[in-house]
Design a protein around this ligand. Structure first.
Ligand SMILES: Nc1ncnc2c1ncn2[C@@H]1O[C@H](COP(=O)(O)OP(=O)(O)OP(=O)(O)O)[C@@H](O)[C@H]1O
Ligand SMILES: [Mg+2]
Length: 453
């Protein structure tokens, strides 16, 4: 049996025995002694199966199962329970366990359980057999295990009708995932309609989604179809779903349950066939607990959860993404680049990217504009990246190695502004965006440096 298995048990002797047994079957085994350790390992590495005890001192097996499912719904988890308690077993299945095994273990049962779980996991990842993860969908870059896993999920889940909840920090690529899901579905010939639930006030969002009759409210001069009707036969991407007001959540739930919507001011329902993909950077489960998000709507949207990992969880993707963006912005700015200096790359690898891929994209765009030569060096990167390095770490060779040694801060600033303005055709809003300052700041600096003529 060829498989990578994570075994979780707080009983050392049992862990050792299991490891020996599984290894004798040809498995690669790693171990954790409690639930939180297991969750941390699953976040870092791809396993085929998790085999976990239920009763553990710290985080127990069921809680670990929940967290693992949240992070990686494709990964099968087998539960071992010492007590032939039906409650525990049922609880485990409800929480999404693949199956449960009774302790003391029957090794034939263990073996067949593992084999089924492995096969099931491969199917859910959309793999024919062996091999790790899938090709990236168009426009998405990444070769880290976490991203490959995600691509496999996208490929497996896209063709279905299931609602998908895309989770992840800001700038991780949730919108790209939504697009890939739509493109990979039989609905791709129809529209992908995007609505940002945070961008509109409650009443506007409602009429935007459901449409309105003429005269339904002041300013409604004509009858209008809502986005649901526009998305009929296609997909609706509801971005920042966590920001949707409670009253509207109820109406959305009704629309999804009944497959029909009503224009504001109308009592005639219109049938619609729309697949929903929702995204949020909030912890929706926490929002449910605190009463800000309807539990029933949460379960309806969260048929399948896809979590897009933060960039700092997959640093091996940084060079790839950086080069991708360098190519794109170099072309756009009609400049030629050889690449990044080793120190610049080092800084990028060490930064923790709170703004994720979007932050990296902006940093590279800025560097393309600022870099005087055909190489992006550390001084072309935002100050935040360089500051991170000042906190220590090896390789701090001559601070000004490839920076503008001896240049005063003011000169550097003036030069950066002048060069940026030139690159963006003296468009001040654009220059302010690239430099990461407000237009007011930019204007005052331009005045100060005499760049405003
Ligand atoms: N894997 C990737 N490959 C290439 N580009 C990416 C990738 N992930 C993200 N990007 C780019 O990064 C930027 C941010 O991505 P996107 O808008 O999808 O993030 P998001 O998760 O929706 O962020 P937010 O929560 O702030 O809305 C986009 O310009 C996108 O093209
Ligand atoms: Mg987004």
């Amino acid at each position: 049996m060829k498989a990578r298995i994570l075994v979780v048990d707080d009983d050392r002797a049992h862990l050792t025995m299991l490891t020996a047994m599984l290894e004798s079957w040809g498995c690669e085994v790693e171990t954790a002694s409690d639930g939180s350790g297991a969750v941390a390992m699953v976040r870092k590495k791809a396993y085929d199966v998790v085999l976990t005890d239920v009763r553990m001192a710290e985080v127990d097996g069921i809680e670990a199962l929940r967290q693992i499912r949240h992070f990686n719904p494709c990964l099968p988890v087998l539960i071992m329970t010492a007590y032939s308690s039906v409650d525990t077993a049922v609880g485990a299945l409800k929480a999404g366990a693949f199956d449960y095994l009774h302790k003391p273990l029957d090794f034939d049962e263990l073996r067949s359980g593992l084999e089924r779980a492995i096969e099931h996991g491969a199917l859910r990842r959309g793999e024919g057999g062996e091999g790790g993860g899938a090709e990236a969908p168009a426009g998405m870059i990444g070769t880290s295990p976490a991203m490959r896993e995600l691509f496999g999920m996208i490929r497996a889940v896209a063709p279905s009708e299931a609602s998908v909840l895309v989770l992840g920090e800001s700038g991780t690529g949730k919108e790209l995932v939504a697009r890939a899901l739509h493109e990979g579905s039989p609905r791709s010939a129809r529209r992908l309609v995007t609505v940002n639930c945070a961008a509109l006030a409650e009443n506007l969002l409602e009429s935007e989604l459901f449409g309105h009759e003429k005269g339904a409210f002041t300013g409604a001069q004509r009858q209008r179809d809502g986005l649901f009707v526009q998305a009929d036969g296609g997909t609706m991407f509801m971005d920042e779903i966590g920001e949707m007001p409670l009253a509207l959540q109820a109406k959305l739930l009704r629309a999804l349950q009944q497959g029909e919507v009503q224009r504001l001011g109308s009592d005639r329902p219109v049938r619609v066939d729309v697949r929903i993909i929702a995204a949020t950077n909030r912890d929706l489960e926490a929002e449910v607990r605190s009463g800000n998000f309807r539990e029933d709507l949460y379960y309806r949207l969260n048929v399948i959860a896809l979590r897009v990992p933060a960039l700092r969880e997959r640093p091996e993707d940084i060079p790839l993404l950086a080069r991708h963006f360098l190519g794109r912005f170099a072309q756009r700015n009609r400049k030629a680049f050889r690449g990044f200096s080793p120190r610049a790359m080092d800084l990028m690898l060490r930064h923790d990217w709170p703004g994720n891929v979007r932050e990296l994209e902006n940093a590279v765009e800025r560097a393309v504009i600022l870099a005087p030569g055909d190489m992006v060096t550390e001084r072309d990167l935002p100050a935040g990246l360089r500051a991170a390095e000042a906190t220590g770490g090896p390789g701090h060779e001559g601070a000004a190695h490839d920076s503008a040694a001896g240049q005063s801060l003011e000169d550097a600033e003036r030069e950066a502004i002048a060069r940026t303005l030139e690159q963006v055709g003296h468009n001040k809003s654009e220059a302010a965006r690239v430099l990461g300052v407000t237009r007011v700041t930019l204007r005052s600096k331009m005045r100060k440096f005499g760049l405003d003529q």
